[in-house]
Design a protein around this ligand. Structure first.
Ligand SMILES: [Mg+2]
Length: 373
């Protein structure tokens, strides 16, 4: 495969409602979208999940733009025999910058799948037609508002709910949701908000409210604290931010710090690494699932394809399009189907029709790169 152009757009999409986590409030998502065109006229898309500020990880839109424009795009535009695997090997020498790498890798996977005439799911060796999904509920203005919001999602058809928690927004709100919905598959996610000294307190309320999974309560590198929490716990301890590559997963498994893996394509540098992490976790009997970063329909399509892998046995944070955006970048939105599921697109590549009209409408800047002559 050879490329004829790479286009980098900065998009701004308003969220249906503000999304609050322990990091802060997001009202609008600003992100980079990459469009690669091959010399054969095929087009592949990749979404970069970095945000304006480096809060979830050290990457931001500005750092991603710099990595893409200076290092990754000149490399792929000059390559004569391009593939997602070769790209992954070539950029391994650049440290970190996983979200920027993933933007390119996912676009290349889309192209490579289209070249073969198969879906991204098929390209990744996945065969499920539908995947189980849940919804992630941000921190709400009050406990009553939270209980109401959860009720609305249950009415929409979501069977699994994940609450964002932080110190001061945990025992009370989680308990209220549990009392209102005694049979709910209830998860929580703290995005690293607790100090390691909170092990005992977290275990106490999580056990009392029959929480099925506690995600990333402690800082990224606090593997020992996560292991302490996981020891003998009646709930799964899920790692998200801590798992950035195969080595960090290996260490966490070895320490007994992880009993569920949140695989995020952007955090780990792409779909191929995401798949291998899930395969590795499954070998140790640890279930995996696909997390979300408030992606548009384009990033969502890549995530849904990965979630169709057999190792992804837990419902992902991959809700229907209308949970995030009124107007998406794809023609037909993802809809919630029977049994809290999303359909895995079957068409070539990401299998969704990208709306170039919507992209033109919501983009704040655009730049096209071409091979040097
Ligand atoms: Mg998380």
């Amino acid at each position: 495969m050879r490329l004829s152009s790479a286009r980098l757009d900065e998009i701004a999409l308003d969220l249906v409602e503000p999304f609050e986590t322990s990091f802060g409030v997001e009202k609008r998502r600003r992100f980079l979208l990459l469009r690669l065109e091959s010399r054969d006229g095929l087009v592949g898309y990749g979404e970069c999940v970095a945000s304006t500020d480096p809060l979830y990880s050290s990457e931001s839109n500005l750092s991603a733009r710099d990595m893409l424009a200076r290092h990754f795009l000149p490399g792929i535009l000059g390559a004569s025999d391009l593939s997602p695997e070769k790209f992954r090997a070539t950029v391994a020498r650049f440290r970190g910058n996983s979200m920027s790498k993933a933007a390119v890798e996912t676009a290349l996977v889309d192209l490579a799948a289209k070249e073969r005439g198969v879906s991204v799911a098929r390209f990744l060796g996945a065969s499920r037609a539908r995947i189980p999904v849940g919804v992630s509920v941000g921190i709400q203005p009050s406990v009553a508002a939270l209980v109401r919001r959860v009720g609305e999602y249950l009415e929409d058809g979501y069977a699994r709910v994940k609450l964002k928690v932080k110190p001061g927004w945990d025992d009370g709100p989680v308990g209220a949701v549990r009392r209102a919905y005694p049979d709910l598959d209830l998860w929580v996610d703290a995005n690293q908000a607790y100090p390691p000294s909170a092990v005992g307190a977290i275990r106490s309320w999580a056990e009392r409210h029959r929480v099925a999974q506690v995600e990333q309560p402690f800082p990224e590198r606090a593997i020992r604290a996560h292991a302490k929490l996981a020891r003998g716990a009646p709930f799964r301890v899920c790692l998200d931010e801590s798992i950035v590559d195969p080595e960090s997963l290996e260490d966490a498994l070895d320490a007994g710090a992880v009993t569920s893996v949140n695989v995020k394509v952007g955090r780990v540098g792409g779909l191929l690494t995401g798949r291998s992490l899930a395969v590795r976790a499954a070998r140790s009997g640890v279930p995996a699932w696909v997390g979300g970063m408030l992606e548009s329909g384009i990033g969502r399509a890549h995530n849904v394809a990965l979630a169709a892998r057999p190792e992804m046995t837990l419902p992902g944070d991959l809700s229907a399009s209308d949970r995030y955006y009124r107007q998406d970048l794809i023609e037909r939105p993802f809809l919630l189907g029977p049994g809290s599921t999303l359909e895995v697109p079957k068409g070539p590549g990401i299998g969704v029709e990208v709306s170039e009209r919507a992209i033109r409408r919501y983009r704040r800047s655009t730049k096209t790169f071409r091979p040097a002559r």
